[in-house]
Design a protein around this ligand. Structure first.
Ligand SMILES: Nc1nc2c(ncn2[C@@H]2O[C@H](COP(=O)(O)OP(=O)(O)OP(=O)(O)O)[C@@H](O)[C@H]2O)c(=O)[nH]1
Ligand SMILES: [Zn+2]
Length: 358
């Protein structure tokens, strides 16, 4: 095994990616992982460290949808000039997993947040922030993107033990089977267990509301004072802007994606992801008379029967119904969404005309 290969494996490189690169006729010499993105500038990471790159004109020409652009965690094939400071990205290797959100301000477009993570660590504080519905939404989003969810309930030092116990039983009662770890940065409950659970070569992405303690946890994992989060600063006459690295390798070899832009995190749900956190409802659904039962009014619907018998929780079911609706919307093609917008535009125009006539 070449030295470069073993070094890349420490960044998450594997046989699947090697196969994809080979299919594109790209040598291992060209591959690198995206450590951060800052507008049109990408910070890449390979066995020799970080370097800057841009997308080639041809790549931009052929990939116009936002989700086709590389994000932190992606693997790309890049051409590096001899003394040229920017690498040129020609190819992005297909993602195994991803995490996306609604674009800020955009209605239909989704935006990639991170790619190729093995686990997404959903962080909620058990003090004020705890919200079962939001947790379910995060779980749906994570599973839709193909990664494995892991839940942290932080700030356990601020609540009485019975509050935490009640939250944990609410989580289980909702059919959520993901691991849940109570943690406190103050009492240090759960910190060592979290560290033990982070495996070398695996990529972890942290998500959660602002203020729940993500940065504190990540700083703890990095170990304060280490240089790993150091910015790659400007060189020469300030030709480059500073790009803060978001993909960090911990001392134990685990890779962590720390996302600064999580504040406007929207939830993009899709049907595939629903299975995981609504196992109970899905299991019942297999007993419905019709295979495509929508569990709204059909005869022989096992889900509605369970609901009226009180075997499933009303609120849990409503959550399921809402997410299924959202999933349908996000699965509509772009054209369908455009048509919907156009029809709405026409409708507005006709209403205006009618108003003038009166
Ligand atoms: N009591 C208590 N406070 C905590 C704990 N963890 C973090 N905090 C405090 O909560 C505040 C927010 O913590 P951060 O780590 O900045 O939270 P964050 O999730 O990174 O927030 P953003 O950076 O805004 O996304 C800080 O004042 C921390 O000191 C904890 O376990 N217990
Ligand atoms: Zn049904």
């Amino acid at each position: 095994m070449s030295n470069r290969q073993s070094e890349l494996e420490k960044l998450g490189w594997n046989e699947r990616l090697a196969g994809l690169a080979a299919l594109q006729k790209q040598s291992i010499e060209t591959v690198a992982r995206v450590a951060a993105v800052d507008r049109d500038q990408l910070l890449l990471l390979d066995d020799k460290g970080t370097f800057r790159a841009k997308l080639s004109g041809s790549y931009l020409h052929h990939h116009r949808r936002p989700e086709e652009l590389p994000c932190v965690g992606d693997w790309v094939c890049v051409e590096r000039g001899v003394n040229d400071d920017f690498g040129l990205i020609h190819t992005m290797l297909e993602r195994r997993t991803s995490l996306c959100r609604k674009a800020v301000g955009g209605v239909n477009e989704s935006q990639m947040i991170a790619a190729n993570m093995d686990f997404v660590i959903i962080v909620q504080s058990c003090h004020f922030d705890f919200n079962l519905k939001r947790l379910e939404r995060y779980l749906v989003m994570v599973m839709e993107g193909g990664a494995t969810p892991y839940v942290l309930l932080t700030k356990t030092d601020l609540v009485e033990p019975d509050v935490l116990t009640a939250q944990l039983s609410q989580i289980r009662a909702a059919g959520i089977t993901a691991p849940v770890l109570p943690l406190s940065n103050v009492s240090r409950e759960g910190i060592e267990e979290l560290k033990r659970n982070l495996l070398p070569g695996m990529t972890y992405c942290f998500v959660g509301s602002s203020g729940v303690g993500k940065s504190t946890i990540i700083n703890e994992l990095i170990g304060r004072g280490r240089l790993e989060t150091q910015d790659v600063s400007a060189t020469g006459e300030g030709k480059h802007t500073t790009v803060r690295r978001e993909l960090i390798r911990l001392a134990n070899g685990a890779l962590v994606i720390d996302n600064p832009g999580m504040r406007e995190f929207g939830i993009v749900a899709a049907e595939n992801g629903i299975g995981g956190s609504f196992i109970d409802i899905n299991a019942l659904a297999s007993g419905c008379r019709y295979r495509d039962c929508s569990h709204t009014s059909e005869p022989g619907c096992a889900v509605l029967e369970a609901l009226s018998a009180g075997a499933i929780d009303q609120e849990h079911f409503q959550n399921y119904a809402k997410l299924t609706e959202e999933a349908k919307f996000y699965q509509m093609s772009h054209a369908e969404k455009r048509k919907k917008d156009r029809d709405f535009g026409k409708f507005i125009k006709s209403v205006k005309k009618d108003m003038k006539r009166d």
